[in-house]
Design a protein around this ligand. Structure first.
Ligand SMILES: [Fe+2]
Length: 385
């Protein structure tokens, strides 16, 4: 999204982080031999040529059996600007970092995709980002600006080319039959499994309804009750149900756009209220434990919570932006907002204490500032009402 009106999944996983940091070059596997946690081999890159935007230094692999205790996440990263936030992220020492979309700003003017190609190449060479890539592995989904156009929906004609670039840059070989980039990765031994569910909220999304006089909040869209509109598309919905039924102790439901937020008219699940209800109903009907929602896109960070969601408190942390901060948000301060709204640069951190059985969800600003946080027990996130 852009608040100023302009048209606006995974690296591989293996040795311990210490081993990786001690012998980075030796520990790295060539992309063609990296293996994903879900068992699908990472195939060679899409081949030389314009659509090969893979960074010259490969991504850090990660051991699918590793016990994760610190997971970073963020969104809205402009390849043209300095990226000092990575220094703060590295200090926070995550074992994995999840990019929630708008990972580069490459809105395209033609099917040649020149702007997006250039954006990925610039980001791949960014020195501050290089330090982060040497410190921890990444997972990613996309949002509009790395999909190719501000606020673009499933009608965007260059999705397949954008997906080719996404997979090339992020070293992902997963190709869903419908062309989406949604994916899931489960990391950790039994009893300490973290499932990262990476939604694709762009490829199949119906167009949003422009707001009129009847919608009081700032932004450009209003909730659309039209039947038949979709956020995920049929296949991704069926896939998500299957993922939610897989065993895991904690599940990070990663949506580029906000799921729970109210009080603004920018892109959010609330613009398609029947689809948001479908999601909440699915979380309840699958009895999926351990859900925490992660989102980005908004150029402002905040915590949201549905204390009376069907099974247990449903918490969402929006982490945005990594380096593209605007002025203060004019979002209405209404439920389910559960914190202040923080507009300077920020990132999220999930801290798991497996001994105590707790998960802390934190929003961090620059230089170690913790803006807001909430700690829950894994038992609490498995409770049936
Ligand atoms: Fe966005």
């Amino acid at each position: 999204m852009s608040r100023h009106g302009r048209a606006q999944s995974s690296p591989a996983f293996a040795p311990s982080r210490r081993a990786l940091l001690a012998g980075l070059a030796g520990a790295l596997l060539p992309p063609a031999t990296q293996v994903l946690a879900q068992g699908s081999a990472v195939l060679p890159q899409a081949g030389a040529g314009a659509f090969d935007v893979a960074p010259r230094v490969p991504w850090l692999p990660m051991d699918p059996a590793a016990t994760l205790t610190r997971i970073g996440f963020g969104s809205c990263l402009d390849q043209k600007h300095p990226q000092p936030i990575w220094k703060s992220v590295i200090t926070a020492a995550p074992e994995l970092f999840i990019m929630l979309g708008d990972n580069v700003y490459g809105d395209v003017k033609s099917e040649a995709m020149l702007e997006l190609i250039e954006a990925y190449r610039k980001q791949g060479e960014h020195p501050e980002f290089a330090a982060a890539r040497a410190a921890f592995p990444f997972l990613a989904t996309w949002d509009d600006h790395d999909y190719g156009l501000n606020d673009a929906s499933g009608s965007f004609p260059h999705r397949d080319k954008a997906a080719q670039l996404f997979r090339s840059f992020w070293a992902r070989s997963n190709v869903q039959p419908d062309g989406g980039i949604y994916d899931s990765v489960t990391i950790g031994p039994d009893g300490r499994r973290v499932q990262v569910i990476l939604l694709d909220t762009r490829s199949f999304r119906s167009d949003f309804r422009r707001k009129g006089e009847d919608f009081p909040y700032w932004g450009r869209y209003a909730p659309d009750p039209s039947p038949g509109k979709t956020m995920l598309g049929d296949r991704q919905w069926r896939w998500l149900e299957g993922e939610l039924r897989k065993p895991a102790e904690i599940r990070l439901l990663c949506s580029s756009i906000q799921v729970l937020a109210e009080g603004h008219g920018f892109e959010r699940w609330g613009n398609l209220p029947a689809e948001r209800k479908r999601l909440l109903d699915l979380l309840a009907s699958t009895e999926a434990n351990g859900i925490v929602i992660l989102s980005g896109d908004r150029h402002a960070g905040a915590m949201y919570a549905l204390e009376r969601s069907p099974r247990y408190p449903l918490v969402e942390l929006t982490a945005s932006s990594l380096n593209r901060s605007y002025g203060p948000s004019k979002d209405e301060r209404i439920a389910p907002l559960a914190s202040g709204i923080y507009h300077p640069e920020n990132f999220g951190l999930l801290v798991l204490d497996w001994e105590k059985g707790t998960v802390a969800v934190e929003l961090h600003g620059m230089d170690g500032v913790i803006v807001t946080s909430r700690t829950m027990t894994l038992a609490e996130l498995a409770t049936k009402r």
